[in-house]
Design a protein around this ligand. Structure first.
Ligand SMILES: NC(=O)c1ccc[n+]([C@@H]2O[C@H](COP(=O)([O-])OP(=O)(O)OC[C@H]3O[C@@H](n4cnc5c(N)ncnc54)[C@H](O)[C@@H]3O)[C@@H](O)[C@H]2O)c1
Length: 330
């Protein structure tokens, strides 16, 4: 369970807080009584959307700055109890053609944030949301934290590097960090403009638009899909757990689903729709790591978290949200 005392009256900075995960986290933190500041550069093509903050718009402090701006971060990290580091280059497809935004935002941006913490706030607790992609192809399923890391893309490499930079600041400079590796997250407040990242939400858009869901390849690849509210709980339960600091921790679902099952569950949740096979683009096929699902025994044991939302229920809530608010996302 989330311990309200860990967050009530505490200060929290969220980098990338107008985006998908960051905005849902901000809403929950404010519900818990935290004072939340968001720093976001609203870069085009990513998930930053002010409508995401509608439920808390009068209770959140918004700062439009870039995490690569050392001066801005020097100011923003001061007096923060928690720093949730979610700003990032997240476009997997872009990273196939241009490696530099990943290197610049995910590596340099993370180093900038950690350097600011080292100088101005060593007492902050910093939480990083890395990706399951840091593992690359699974050597054994489910994938646990001690599995080898052979990432298959620059996005994934830059996240692994960011994680290692944070580990150094934890070990050497005493800035406490939790190093999370998230599976595919879906749900309310994800960008719906393009399919370059966030495949489950893109399926939601196809269903809401009355288009057939396009399932790549043979649809048999296994994944674990986690609902955003479960993900937010997992992040907060790690943040409140002293023993989580200094640790790499998976956030996912230990029951896998293939893409055909995902499409069929989505159609059931929507009460309408159809699906069809579509070919992978050659680049996507080359980057595709194959079957993956997370071993979550570590987070269960350390933080007492496990997912509670069934896929069909999470999808139903997501579809309802976009049916109601689609003018803010399409
Ligand atoms: N959504 C997922 O399934 C998933 C899975 C694994 C890891 N992650 C990680 O979680 C984090 C959040 O992802 P999301 O899905 O919420 O993405 P998102 O695109 O919705 O949010 C990212 C936010 O970061 C902001 N941003 C980007 N570059 C910035 C910069 N230089 N300075 C300040 N702000 C900047 C964007 O404007 C956006 O609001 C990312 O680091 C991502 O790699 C997400």
């Amino acid at each position: 369970m989330i311990n309200v005392d860990a967050f009530a009256g505490k200060t929290a900075l969220i980098t990338g807080g107008t985006g998908f995960i960051g905005s849902n986290l901000a809403i929950k933190l404010i519900e818990l009584g935290a004072k939340v500041t968001i720093v976001d550069a609203m870069l085009p093509g990513y998930g930053g959307n002010l409508f995401n903050l509608e439920p808390i718009k009068d209770r959140v402090t918004l700062n439009f700055a870039d995490i690569r701006d050392f001066h801005a971060l020097n100011y923003l990290v001061k007096d923060q109890d928690y720093i949730f580091h979610l700003a990032g280059q997240v476009d997997h497809v872009l990273s196939l053609t241009d490696p530099f935004p990943d290197i610049d935002i995910n590596i340099k941006g993370t180093a900038t944030l950690m350097e600011a913490c080292k100088i101005h706030n060593r007492a902050a607790k910093v939480i990083h949301t890395g990706t399951r992609g840091q593992y690359g192809p699974a050597t054994k399923l489910p994938v646990s934290e001690d599995a080898p890391t052979h990432p298959r893309g620059i996005y994934e490499i830059s996240n692994l590097t960011a994680e290692k930079i944070m580990q150094i600041y934890h070990d050497i400079h005493g800035v406490q960090c939790v190093l999370l590796r998230l599976t595919n997250i879906y749900g309310e407040r994800h960008q719906m403009q393009h399919p370059r990242y966030g495949v489950v939400n893109w399926f939601v858009r196809q269903v809401v638009d009355g288009q057939p869901i396009r399932v790549f390849g043979d649809g048999k690849i296994l994944r674990d899909f986690l609902y955003i509210q479960d993900c937010v709980d997992a992040i907060l339960m790690c943040a409140q757990t002293d023993a989580a600091y200094g640790e790499v921790i998976n956030i996912g679902v230990d029951a896998p689903t293939d893409f055909i099952e995902l499409a069929e569950t989505m159609i059931r949740a929507a009460g309408t729709g159809s699906w069809e096979f579509a070919p992978f683009s050659p680049e996507r096929k080359a980057q595709e790591p194959g079957d993956f699902y997370s071993d979550i025994s570590k987070i269960r044991q350390l933080a007492g978290w496990q997912p509670t939302t069934l896929l069909e229920d999470g999808l139903r809530k997501t579809i309802e949200y976009y049916r109601q608010h689609k003018q803010h996302y399409w």
